[in-house]
Ligand binder design. Structure first.
Ligand code: AGP
Length: 625
């Protein structure tokens, strides 16, 4: 998830400051929560040969601000400019890959938030046509596609060239383009990724989100999907992809800047939970070909090497460990490879048996957790193949692994893992299907059928998120309880563990997760009247066993809360309260079921007046042993 901004003005500020350049850099700082591994700005500058001036910096907008101040040739009085703060999905987070990207002439600059799914095919075509692409990003193809459209029709307007280019593009985009030949306009376009616009007497502006331009206006226009906007000082015009003018929806916001950064949500955690459908969709995007073949272009382990693997280890901590546990079931079921899973801090010191036929998967949203980092180093030292699942491009673990499969959840600021956890499960399910396909355990047709179940996960998670009030009422009913037991079987077991962790770390209540079948071997001694037992009781092949375990604890006076599939009254009959979720192919069910438990923990913490974004004693990244 990145942030883009653009401004055009007829004002010529002669005070030495520059309205355009200063507004863009300041706006980017306000968008840093959307991504901060690199940043850049480009403005129209008639004094320069290309007619544009550009500055880019790794390490976020502070570095960009310092860079712009140091650059003596930074223009003053520019009429238009665009900027970008990056959360890398394709290509290392460095200056080389930072936006804005330019075309071969250097006269066109472009910023983009989203993922171009067919960027490899387009790049090949452009390079064959003589274009020079210099970055590792998917975005750069857009600049050259528009350039090619301009060359093909010199009489066309910039907006026409943008439309021609977008007709070739598959994927998500919010983009803004400036061009030295059209210094009095900015052209923008949008599909899936958000884009807002605003106008005042002699300005027009755009941004990914409210905070970037809140200081300029409280009245916004929303650019809808497959719409193109032309911004000129004091006006904007919106058309569809055929060039027909359309009226954009309006939005008025009364937020202050801090609330705007949270997109109006009470806290980052609820904002990030709401972003989970997008995190799943982005993690899935451009990884499945139409025929069902899976493409993991960052995974530099050959099919032959995957076929030679005879054992998988998964190492991780906390929520990442729970995601890994869910993957154990999926990999063994589809790829038929034995999978061991270990808490990373244990793995390192137990002298595990590894060799070149072992694949060690390190799961870490930060890519910096020292327990997991040292575990994968131990694995590499013993000659194992190492693959990392990470949310941060070029993180320490990503740099030291044989292969990386990135989640694309965007920055997660809440300490409790939510959208990154969901994205990890998604990525691990994709990896399980990939391994199965590479080892000929799964045909592309079978994979396509299974992936059809994944395609609808964003919508199913969105349905769970819509039920937050009902979940809150359940939490209210048990607000004074002090002992919670979470139970699950099969893939419901790691969901139970994750639900217990969320409740512990957010509300500081005693909560433990167990395999439901394990209860009678000791933990059932904990159960007494007043104990709240939360069971993951969605339909799996072991649902009936799960219900027997629920009967055991109910007979001992426990209060029962069940996660159940919509309409499953047979399950609901056994519960004092139900957290309803849509039915899902059972190996994908954790992605949907866990969201209800995130919401339960969130509500309980809010009911107890606790800080859900910064729970006591916790850090977002644990870089100590
Ligand atoms: C989960 O809500 C916690 N924030 C914590 O357990 C976290 O999952 C764990 O520290 C692992 O972090 P990582 O994914 O960055 O390695």
């Amino acid at each position: 998830m990145c942030g883009i901004i653009g401004i055009i003005t007829s004002e010529r500020d002669q005070t030495g400051s520059d309205r355009v350049l200063d507004t863009v850099v300041e706006g980017l700082e306000r968008l840093e929560y959307r991504g901060y591994d690199s940043a850049g700005v480009a403005v129209i500058d008639p004094e320069r040969k290309t007619g544009l001036w550009r500055a880019r910096a790794a390490n976020g907008t502070r570095s960009l601000e310092d860079l712009v101040k140091q650059m003596e040739d930074a223009p003053r009085g520019s009429p238009a400019g665009i900027g970008h703060t990056r959360w890398a999905t394709h290509g290392r987070p460095d200056e080389h890959n930072a936006h804005p990207h330019v075309d071969c002439t250097g006269r066109l600059a472009l910023v983009h938030n989203g993922i171009i799914e067919n960027h490899v095919e387009l790049a090949d075509e452009l390079i064959a046509g003589g274009h020079r692409l210099v970055s590792e990003t998917d975005t750069e193809v857009l600049a050259h596609l528009i350039e090619a459209a301009i060359v093909a029709n010199p009489e066309a307007r910039l907006e026409d060239a943008v439309r021609v280019a977008l007709a070739r593009v598959e994927g998500a985009f919010a983009l803004a383009v400036i061009h030295a030949a059209w210094p009095d306009e900015i052209v923008a376009a949008r599909r899936v990724s958000p884009l807002l616009m605003g106008v005042s007497d002699d300005h027009a502006f755009l941004a990914s989100d409210v905070p970037a331009i809140l200081g300029l206006t409280r009245d916004f226009f929303i650019l809808e999907d497959d719409r193109v906007a032309v911004l000129t000082p004091g006006s904007l015009r919106v058309t569809d992809l055929d060039g027909n003018e359309v009226e954009p929806p309006r939005l008025h916001v009364d937020w202050d800047l801090d609330a705007a950064r949270r997109d109006g949500y009470d806290d980052y955690m609820s904002k990030e939970m709401a972003e989970q459908p997008e995190a799943i969709a982005n993690t899935l995007r451009d990884r499945v070909l139409p025929d069902g073949t899976l493409v993991l272009d960052e995974v530099h382990i050959t099919d032959a090497e995957f076929q030679a693997i005879n054992k998988v280890f998964i190492v991780a901590c906390g929520s990442s460990y729970h995601a890994g546990l869910m993957a154990k079931y999926a990999i063994e079921h589809w790829a038929r490879i034995p999978v061991e899973i270990d808490i990373a801090s244990e793995f390192r010191y137990r002298n595990p048996v590894l060799d070149a036929q072992t694949l060690v998967i390190g799961v870490s949203q930060s890519g910096e957790t020292v327990d997991t980092f040292q575990a994968i180093r131990e694995a590499a030292a013993q000659g194992a193949k190492v693959l990392v699942i990470s949310n941060v491009v070029d993180s320490s673990m990503a740099r030291e692994s044989d292969a990386v499969l990135y989640t694309r959840a965007g920055p997660e600021l809440g300490v409790a893992a939510t959208k990154t956890h969901i994205a990890q499960i998604t990525a691990l399910e994709i990896l399980a299907l990939y391994l199965a396909q590479a080892r000929h355990q799964l045909t592309p047709a079978d994979a396509r059928a299974l992936l059809a179940h994944m395609d609808v996960l964003p919508e199913k998670v969105a349905r769970v998120l819509e039920r937050s009030h009902a979940v809150h009422e359940v939490a209210e009913r048990f607000r004074d309880s002090s002992a919670f037991i979470f139970l699950g079987r099969h893939v419901g077991y790691p969901v139970a563990l994750e639900g217990a962790l969320k409740l512990k770390e957010l509300s500081y209540l005693r909560a433990e997760g167990f395999p439901a079948g394990e209860l009678k071997h000791g933990p059932i001694a904990l159960v007494e009247p007043g104990t709240v037992v939360i069971g993951v009781a969605t339909r799996t092949p072991v649902w009936d066993k799960m219900m027997s375990n629920i009967a055991e604890v109910k007979s001992r006076g426990a209060s029962i809360v069940l996660v159940a599939n919509d309409g499953d009254e047979e399950t609901a009959r056994h519960a004092d309260a139900v957290l309803w979720v849509p039915e899902t192919e059972h190996l994908f069910a954790p992605i949907v079921d866990v969201v209800a438990l995130q919401q339960f923990a969130y509500s309980m913490a809010r009911i107890h007046g606790l800080d859900v974004d910064r729970p006591r004693n916790l850090a977002k990244v644990v870089t100590v042993e």
